[in-house]
Design a protein around this ligand. Structure first.
Ligand code: SF4
Length: 437
C-alpha cells in the first residue's frame, strides 16, 4: 500500500496527511500530545490543524476547559471519483485501504510480529533465520507503559504511565490463541514492573503459548532471584535493551546510571542457558562512534554465555521523546551507516550474528541478509463484529518510500523509512538498486 500520492490529490501536504492518519489511528487526542504525534513544529501544526478543520476532516471543540480534536467525516472525500490522469483501479484500492483504516478504528486488536515469506531463502543467514523462526510469529503484548527509566528516545513520550489489568491482557492472549498463535512477547514500558507479570506468564503457558518472551530494560532482572522466578513460571526468551557500553553516554540516554545493573541482567540470563537471548541497541547520534565498542561488548558476552544470542542495531524512530530530542539524537541514516557496517563486519568476523533494523537495504549493500526486517513482518489481528480480521493499514501508514523506489530490486521486501524520519530529512538518501542486466 502506498499513500504518498493521495495527499497531493487532496491538496494536503504530506505533514498534514501524516497528522490526518494519526487522527484516523487515535480518533481523539488532548492538545498536549499533538506536537509529538503530528511530528511537526508548533507553528506548522497550527497551519495543518486549520487546514484540516476547514476541510471538515477534523473537528475542534472544548470540553472541561480542555481543547480536543476529533475526526470529522471523510466520506465525501473518500467517495470522489479518480481525478483525470489517475489509474482508477489504483485510486479505488487506495481509498479502499483508507476506508479500512477508518472502519477498523476502535475494535480490540493485537499486534503480531510474524515470519516473512520469502521466495529466495538461500539469501538468508541460517542463525538469524533460526532465531526468527523460534521467536515468531508472536503477539506483542504491552502490559502497560510504566517504566523505571525515562529514555531520551522513548516512543511513549509524555503518556501518563499506567499498568493494564490482567483481564485485558487475558483477552488479548485469548485473541492470539483463537488464531493459533503460540508465542507471546511481553513488553512495556517495563513489563517486570507489573505485579501481575508472573500470573500473566503462567496464564500464557496454561493457554498453550509455547514461547514467552520478555522485552525489558534489564534493571529488575539484576535483582537476585528475579530471573529464576520468571523462568520458573514459564519465560523462555529475553530481549534486553542495551545501547552502548560507554557509561557516560548510557547514563545520558537513559537518564540514570544503570550500566552495572543492565550488565548484571545479561549475567542473570546467562545462568539459564536454555533461554533465548536477544538485545536491542537503539542507534542514536551519540552512540554512532561507539558501535564497534558495542559489538566488542556483545562478542565478549557471547564468549561467556551458552545462550543462543542474536543482538540487533535498531535505528532510532524520531517520534515522541526522540522527536522532542531530535537535534541531539536523530542522525541522518547515511551518517550512521559507516559505523553500522563496521560493527556488523567486526561482529560477523567473530561469529556473532549481529543484525540491524530500520536501515533500508540500499544503504547497507553487502549486508542485506543481516537486516532483521527481511525476516519479519508486522500486522494486527482485529476483533470486529464479523470476526477476527488481519489488518496492515495502521502499520503501513507509518512507513514511506521514495517515488523512485518502485524501480529498486528491494522494493517488495523493503519497509522504507518512518514518515517521521521522512518529515525530518526527506527521502533523498534512498537510492534505488537497479537489477543488473
Ligand atoms: S526500495 Fe527504496 S528504500 Fe528500499 S532499498 Fe530500495 S531504494 Fe532503498
Amino acid at each position: 500500500m502506498d499513500f504518498q500520492e493521495i495527499p497531493l490529490h487532496l491538496g494536503i501536504d504530506s505533514e498534514s496527511w501524516s497528522l490526518l492518519l494519526t487522527f484516523f489511528l487515535i480518533h481523539e487526542e488532548p492538545r498536549g500530545r499533538l506536537p509529538h504525534l503530528g511530528q511537526m513544529e508548533e507553528e506548522q501544526l497550527e497551519i495543518a490543524l486549520q487546514h484540516l478543520v476547514s476541510s471538515g476532516l477534523v473537528v475542534r471543540r472544548t470540553e472541561g476547559g480542555q481543547e480536543l480534536w476529533s475526526l470529522g467525516s471523510p466520506e465525501a472525500w473518500l467517495s470522489t471519483a479518480a481525478p483525470a490522469g489517475r489509474d482508477p483501479d489504483r485510486w479505488a484500492m487506495e481509498t479502499g485501504e483508507l476506508r479500512r483504516l477508518r472502519d477498523l478504528r476502535g475494535y480490540p486488536r493485537v499486534t503480531v510480529t510474524a515470519n516473512r515469506e520469502l521466495r529466495d531463502r538461500k539469501r538468508l543467514v541460517p542463525e538469524v533465520l533460526r532465531h526468527a523462526t523460534t521467536t515468531l510469529p508472536a503477539i506483542d503484548l504491552r502490559v502497560g507503559t510504566r517504566c523505571n527509566l525515562n529514555c531520551t528516545y522513548c516512543l511513549l513520550g509524555h503518556e501518563d504511565r499506567y499498568l493494564r489489568p490482567l483481564e485485558e491482557i487475558a483477552a488479548e492472549l485469548a485473541l492470539g490463541r483463537e488464531r493459533g498463535i503460540q508465542k507471546v512477547s511481553f513488553t512495556g514500558g517495563e513489563p517486570t514492573l507489573h505485579p501481575e507479570l508472573p500470573r500473566m506468564i503462567a496464564l500464557s503457558r496454561k493457554m498453550g503459548y509455547r514461547q514467552v518472551m520478555l522485552v525489558t530494560n534489564g534493571l529488575t532482572l539484576s535483582i537476585p532471584g528475579v530471573m529464576d522466578r520468571l523462568v520458573s513460571v514459564g519465560v523462555t526468551a529475553v530481549g534486553i535493551s542495551f545501547d552502548t557500553p560507554d557509561r557516560a553516554t548510557a547514563a545520558s540516554l537513559w537518564q540514570v546510571d544503570a550500566l552495572d545493573r543492565v550488565e548484571a541482567a545479561f549475567e542473570a540470563v546467562g545462568r539459564h542457558p536454555d533461554l533465548l537471548l536477544g538485545s536491542i541497541a537503539v542507534v542514536t547520534r551519540p552512540t554512532i562512534s561507539q558501535l564497534s565498542e558495542l559489538a566488542r561488548f556483545f562478542i565478549d558476552l557471547q564468549g561467556r554465555i551458552a545462550n543462543r544470542f542474536v543482538p540487533n542495531l535498531d535505528f532510532v524512530m524520531p517520534e515522541e521523546n526522540a522527536w522532542a530530542n531530535r537535534d541531539v539524537l536523530v542522525p541522518r541514516l547515511s551518517e550512521a551507516v559507516p559505523a553500522v557496517a563496521q560493527a556488523l563486519t567486526l561482529a560477523h568476523e567473530h561469529g556473532l550474528p549481529l543484525t540491524f533494523r530500520g536501515f533500508p537495504p540500499c544503504l547497507l549493500p553487502g549486508f542485506e541478509s543481516w537486516s532483521y526486517d527481511l525476516y519479519m513482518t508486522i500486522f494486527q489481528l482485529v476483533r470486529t463484529p464479523d470476526g477476527i480480521v488481519f489488518d496492515r493499514s495502521t502499520i503501513d501508514a507509518l512507513r514511506t518510500k521514495a517515488p523512485g523506489c518502485r524501480r529498486c530490486i528491494h522494493y517488495r521486501e523493503c519497509t522504507g523509512v518512518s514518515r517521521s524520519y521522512a518529515n525530518r530529512y526527506g527521502l533523498s538518501e534512498l537510492q534505488p538498486v537497479e537489477a543488473t542486466p
